[in-house]
Design a protein around this ligand. Structure first.
Ligand SMILES: NC(=O)c1ccc[n+]([C@@H]2O[C@H](COP(=O)([O-])OP(=O)(O)OC[C@H]3O[C@@H](n4cnc5c(N)ncnc54)[C@H](O)[C@@H]3O)[C@@H](O)[C@H]2O)c1
Length: 356
């Protein structure tokens, strides 16, 4: 396959959700490869990675608007005429989806519908990668180690909204783009962790917040097992997928791809936090929420993801173990205290790319 720098140089790429955690890292990675970047998202939130690292400067155009504004979205895409689209804009939190199911379905499902409608007549687009989640799978009580062959159909509103996105994407491929470009693929990653995530109710932002501000970390569901992975692992996987699909012939099918850590790195929240506590950096105080205050019935207790297909076909594989990932996060957290976020993060991108 053509190498990353040669492939991405001057490619016109649109990223929705470019101001978020994963969107910011994806943008930096593609900037590093030489792509010409366009973004469409809500305004970046105060104190979040996109603003702290001043990532606006790497975009040819960064549009701050709601994906539910169909007229604005379709006009923007018509003007940009991208070659590749990564769709990340979403309401991505399970807890919020219980509180605001309408908003979650609106943004995740209708937002994707608006995107797919907007691209119908744009002939430049070769490939669309739609980011869903490991939470799209119908929950299996025994051996919950999901591959792309397993049925989708989650039970919580977030997972369900993303399962609907999967069905919608497949339907659009066959209804409107059958035997022609663009290719449409969905990508399902595990629980993504890394520096630069400032979302509420996520374990790493909560941990770093407690560590940096000398607060107590509260664990809501210490026994929950999740496929934890370093942010650049799935993000790089998305770029490999886009590259592969860009050149594929026209009569290809809609498809879905898992990106996951190695099996042994799907561990409980408690084990993950123990790895942080064992590092050379300071420890934080931890409190475990009592059973009666937990929301365990609302999220599946065990989730493991099988990425054999991506490994075999894309030649993608996780480069870091979970302990290396934990070290990376803590080092990033230390480094941004004295150096610019942009410079530190580009260094992390280069370290990732250069790791064999
Ligand atoms: N972080 C994870 O562990 C994880 C795991 C699996 C899948 N995902 C998926 O990856 C994608 C990115 O997640 P993230 O963790 O970076 O989330 P994030 O909350 O950090 O970023 C969300 C992005 O979507 C944009 N957005 C939200 N609502 C919008 C709207 N109405 N109009 C336009 N833009 C809107 C935000 O502005 C932001 O840029 C999401 O689709 C999410 O479901 C995340």
């Amino acid at each position: 396959m053509i190498d990353d720098y040669n492939f991405w140089k001057n490619k016109k790429v649109l990223i929705t959700g470019h101001t978020g955690f994963k969107g910011s890292w994806l943008s930096l990675l593609l900037f590093n490869f030489g792509a010409k970047l366009y973004g469409y998202s809500l305004k970046p939130e105060k104190g979040h990675f996109f603003l702290k690292a001043n990532l606006k400067k790497i975009f040819t155009k960064s549009i701050y608007s709601n994906i539910l504004n169909y007229s604005k979205l379709s006009k923007s895409i018509k003007k940009i005429r991208p070659e590749i689209i990564f769709h990340l804009a979403a309401q991505p939190l399970v807890i919020n989806s219980y509180k605001n199911p309408r908003e979650t379905f609106d943004v995740n499902l209708m937002g994707t519908l608006n995107l797919l409608e907007s691209i119908k007549k744009i002939k430049t687009i070769k490939t669309i990668i739609i980011i869903t989640t490991d939470k799209v799978y119908k929950i299996k009580k025994n051996n919950p180690f999901y591959s792309e062959k397993n049925s989708i159909g989650a039970s919580d509103p977030y997972g369900t909204s993303k399962s609907c996105v999967e069905l919608l994407s497949e339907s659009y491929k066959y209804s409107y783009f059958n035997n022609k470009k663009p290719s449409i693929s969905t990508a399902r990653a595990g629980n993504v962790i890394g520096g630069g995530d400032y979302s509420k109710n996520r374990i790493i932002p909560d941990y770093l917040n407690a560590l940096n501000l000398n607060k107590i970390l509260t664990l809501r569901n210490p026994k929950f097992i999740r496929p934890w992975q370093y942010v650049l692992e799935p993000v790089y996987g998305y770029t490999l997928l886009a590259k592969k699909k860009f050149y594929r012939n026209k009569n290809e099918k809609f498809d879905s791809w898992n990106f996951a850590p190695n099996y042994k790195d799907s561990v409980s929240v408690k084990k993950l936090i123990n790895l942080f506590q064992k590092s050379k950096f300071n420890k934080t105080r931890v409190r475990i929420l009592s059973e009666k205050n937990r929301q365990s019935e609302k999220e599946t207790p065990i989730l493991k993801l099988n990425a054999s297909k991506s490994k075999k076909i894309l030649n993608w594989r996780p480069k870091f173990t979970l302990s290396e990932t934990v070290d990376k996060i803590l080092i990033w957290n230390e480094m941004i205290k004295s150096e610019k976020d942009f410079k530190v993060s580009l260094k992390f991108i280069n370290d990732y790319i250069n790791k064999s």
